[in-house]
Write a protein that binds this ligand. Sequence first.
Ligand code: HEC
Ligand code: HEC
Ligand code: HEC
Ligand code: HEC
Ligand code: HEC
Ligand code: HEC
Ligand code: HEC
Length: 367
Amino acid sequence: MNRKNIFLTLLLPVLAICSCFIFVCPALSIETFDFAGITLKDDQGNVTTDFKPGKTIQIEAAFSFKRAGAAILHGTITAENWSQDLSPKIRFGLHANYTAVWTQTIPSTVNGQVRVDVTLLSPLHERLVRSAFFTVTPIQAEYVGAKVCNTCHPSLYAAWQQTRHYPAVGCESCHGPGSEHVLTRSPEFIVIDTSSGLCGRCHSRNDGTVIEAEGGFIKSLQQFNEWRATAHGNVAECGTCHNPHYSLSTDRADALKVSCIECHAGKTVSLSMQTVACEECHMPFAGLKSQSSGTGLYRTGDIRSHLWRIKTEADPQTMFSPDGTALAQDSKGAFLTDNFACLGCHNGINARFEDFESVRKTSTLIH
Ligand code: HEC
Ligand code: HEC
Ligand code: HEC
Ligand code: HEC
Ligand code: HEC
Ligand code: HEC
Ligand code: HEC
């Protein structure tokens, strides 16, 4: 039993008896108090019925004793996803006006109408209830620009400036408007979305199902469409491999969170290519943004593909739909052909093999 409860159980009966004999007994039926009502104020002391989540509210119950007396006040707050008891307060005194004040913080999840009920009880079981209502309207945070984030997150800001997300794709493109977070420094007011769908808002075309192609290359900004059409689409999110704050070219160790070999343990490469990185064959430049190089089967684009599967038995032209406007997909999804996987290097310049048929004959011998 806490102290307040001991106080209640011991003192109140005494008060009740005293007040009965000394003041009230001659006129038991006469009211001992008036309950003027409830006033709601914000943290600046202004009277209002409109509040924001996360802010504090002052609940004032004004009442008066008509003669010397005692009162217990308690209350409740109820809203759609908020229910809270207001701790009991005890007042006793002479004929005069009194106020009981509660301060509460509105949880950030509350939205809509809130009801406050306060009950005023005399020890003689006189009981008065008053109610008040207020609304909680969600905060409409505003965009403040990445420079503001820099004041508290300078290292992430510096890293971001090295990426191709800089300057157009700012912090708030991914984290939502930041004004409330900046004021409060609270994680409650900033969004972290770790789904691939966030990246897909920009790294995709159409509804994400068709991988659009043109001139023998995958069109730019379609990593989401590609990824969905692979085995990785079921086992790894973009964020499993990527930390988007860092540049792949200048901060590669931070930009890539896992290496292929962490999931594909024991995978080795033979044919004198032990030093060739997994993504050189499995994520070749089959996408095109601005510049391609080479001719015919030796052509490469300037964006790494996210297809991973190399279909060794397939002819290069079967990687695309017959009209060339999309990637072909078989029962396992989209795939790469040997020309992209091998001929970027084996083009007579970068590595010795240059004849397509002699290269492809060896492609099943690599692992
Ligand atoms: C006035 C300082 C300040 C500014 C300005 C600021 N932040 Fe923060 N931010 C913080 C602090 C402090 C934390 C750590 C909060 C915690 O973990 O309790 C944080 C955490 C975060 C988090 C992680 C939240 C989580 O759930 O862990 C993100 C994301 C974030 N900030 C993004 C931003 C963005 C975007 C901006 C610019 C719009 C920004 N911040 C501006 C102080 C600031
Ligand atoms: C391309 C989208 C994107 C951009 C741009 C971006 N972030 Fe993030 N941010 C994320 C994602 C996704 C996470 C969650 C990472 C995770 O948990 O794996 C995150 C996490 C964070 C965190 C939590 C701690 C951490 O380091 O993971 C902070 C703080 C943060 N971002 C701040 C910023 C700031 C400041 C900027 C701008 C300089 C920024 N972000 C730009 C997507 C982005
Ligand atoms: C608001 C649009 C937008 C969002 C959201 C977005 N990106 Fe980007 N991203 C871009 C653009 C535009 C580029 C530049 C493309 C180019 O240069 O070809 C880019 C480039 C990149 C790059 C190359 C960066 C470098 O410099 O190394 C990576 C990696 C990347 N995005 C990953 C992600 C991931 C992962 C997510 C989700 C967490 C994401 N992006 C969300 C628009 C976006
Ligand atoms: C299995 C790991 C993995 C997954 C999953 C993954 N990526 Fe990547 N991504 C990589 C690697 C590795 C690179 C860098 C290749 C290099 O530079 O050598 C890369 C490169 C990129 C690039 C730069 C391409 C370029 O050449 O311009 C973008 C943009 C990108 N990824 C976006 C995404 C998006 C968006 C998703 C989710 C739809 C995603 N990635 C999923 C591993 C992954
Ligand atoms: C998070 C763990 C993880 C990472 C990181 C990862 N993979 Fe995978 N990968 C898998 C799993 C699991 C499968 C098998 C999915 C299945 O069989 O359904 C797979 C399948 C594959 C396949 C076969 C695809 C097919 O359809 O036949 C290739 C090729 C592949 N991964 C290459 C890579 C490369 C290259 C990297 C590095 C850029 C990489 N993986 C990174 C987990 C991962
Ligand atoms: C020199 C090019 C090349 C390199 C480098 C390479 N692979 Fe492969 N990989 C292939 C080819 C070609 C196939 C398809 C073989 C087949 O279908 O018989 C393949 C198949 C795979 C498969 C799917 C089939 C299987 O065996 O499970 C996985 C997974 C895989 N590679 C992972 C990796 C990983 C991880 C690395 C890096 C350690 C890597 N590869 C490096 C060319 C390469
Ligand atoms: C990143 C560049 C690169 C890629 C991609 C690549 N190779 Fe290689 N390959 C090399 C290098 C470098 C050597 C070492 C010998 C050389 O210089 O020819 C080599 C060697 C070979 C050899 C052995 C030659 C010999 O005389 O010992 C074969 C066979 C081979 N590659 C086949 C392939 C096939 C098949 C693929 C595609 C699945 C492929 N390579 C993809 C760079 C690459």
